[in-house]
Ligand binder design. Sequence first.
Ligand code: TEU
Length: 570
Amino acid sequence: MSDPAWFTSAVVYQIYPRSFADSDGDGVGDLGGILEHVDHLAELGVDVVWLSPIYRSPQADNGYDISDYEDVDPLFGSLEQLDELIAALHARGIKLLMDLVVNHTSDEHPWFVESASGRDSAKRDWYIWKDPREPSSASGEPGEEPNNWGSFFSGSAWQWDETSGQYYLHLFDRKQPDLNWEHEDVREAVYAMMRRWLDRGVDGFRMDVINFISKEQSFADAPPVAGQRYVNAFTLFANGPRIHEYLAEMHERVFADRDGAFLTVGEMPGVTPEEAILYTDPARGEVDMVFQFEHVSIDQGPGSKWDSIGLDRLALKRSLHRWQTALARTGWNSLYWDNHDQPRAVSRFGDDDPSYWEQSAKALATILHGMRGTPYVYQGEELGMTNYPFRSASEHRDVEAVNHWKRVLEEGLDQEAALTGMAAVGRDNARTPVQWDASPTAGFTTGEPWLPVNPNRSWLNAAAQVGTDGSVFEHYRALVALRHEHPVFAAGDFTGLLENDSELWAYVRTLDRQRMLVVANCSRRPRELELGDGWAGARLLLGSVPDRAEVLAPGSITLAGWESRIYLLV
Ligand code: TEU
């Protein structure tokens, strides 16, 4: 944080270790697998790796349920291998971000085990325990939970504990109890743990649902929603009363007296641009950038993430442009299309029909990487990996989908609609193994992969793309290099164009006398764009279709279906 500017021209690559590469043949990706592929990251040219959790964990939520913050789960390898990875990345000029999951722990974490041991446990208040709503009750029947808050992973956010006759709060799975950040000892324990990781050589943290750590202490019912027993009580647990205090305290205790170029990224569902400006104001010393959710919520119905309402591409464009404009002066945003929680970008926002797949993967990359903010590449996105062709409920392994399906069966909901929703937005779409080559296990493992490989590995894989002119990978590599080379990518002002056109996307970035034009045709049909005389002489920095004129002539240009280009006028 001593150099507030370096991350503005950086690109982050996210590794979901379970699905990246397996070195020991057990079918689950591991640190050894990452070590075998660090050159892939170096070739792409990224500056930072964000590693999803590798800590000890019962794996109820694939590592987002941590039972020991200080050790590596044997499933993924050892602390020694993590040290090797830090060294291998640093040797290539790449920083390593750890995933910091401290809104909750695993119910198997010793802190929770002690907390649950009885009402008079010394760590009782490290978690959030409440009596049943009915004081007379000692059974924990449905409806007697302390309030009507729902869990993100279906059902009530409260779990009854027989031993002590109280409920504990879990905003996610019942195996992920929420820590009580009001307790100073909890905060100090987390800060000490963070300091130990920095001492070990990591360069910062991606902070899981960090805007949930301060909750409204009334624990009141959220406004009821017709037809729902448990509701999303978002306004009562997100961006709570002490959130800015906690983040400033964390910064003070962990980073303030350290020299070095660290990075902190706050994953913040529901964060607004106004709040994002506060969270990332360098003068306030909270986090460097936020991860916001507006653009990945546009295709979701009001009920839940599972009722997809289809993509309104104009709303998507307007959302992204609004964030660009709102954070124009202060504030810094992360730019992403997908991650381990989202469907694959090319299937969701692009067009994964084989005729348009390649151009649309490049178009999405071009749009995102030309914007102001720090771009993130989720493993396999640089190859244009697509959603998995799910056909049945049993193919889903993710706790979120599994719990949802249970509920569909229990409550007799529409199974066909549920399966369609799960196939479209299920998180396992992003978690199928990375496709390294065309072989049956895609070069991911010598064993049986924990989640099936996408059948399109036969033609969609790294071996076919790395070093191949015009491939999706080479397009990403070029975009990363352009951000490093031209300060206009990091620092240029943003002006959105064509605000009422859902298909043709365009914007201008301006820095001093330089003007950069980013254009993309988000449709299958060719589209003409009138540019007038103003752009004559602009140089083509990157195009998705080969052999286009290097210099713009006055007049209009025509983009083929899903074609994209970046021009620079100096
Ligand atoms: O996800 C945060 C989050 O808001 C989730 O609701 C996420 O959007 C979910 O996938 C909705 O479909 C983080 C992690 O990224 C996720 O993998 C974890 O499951 C979750 O927190 C709990 O740690």
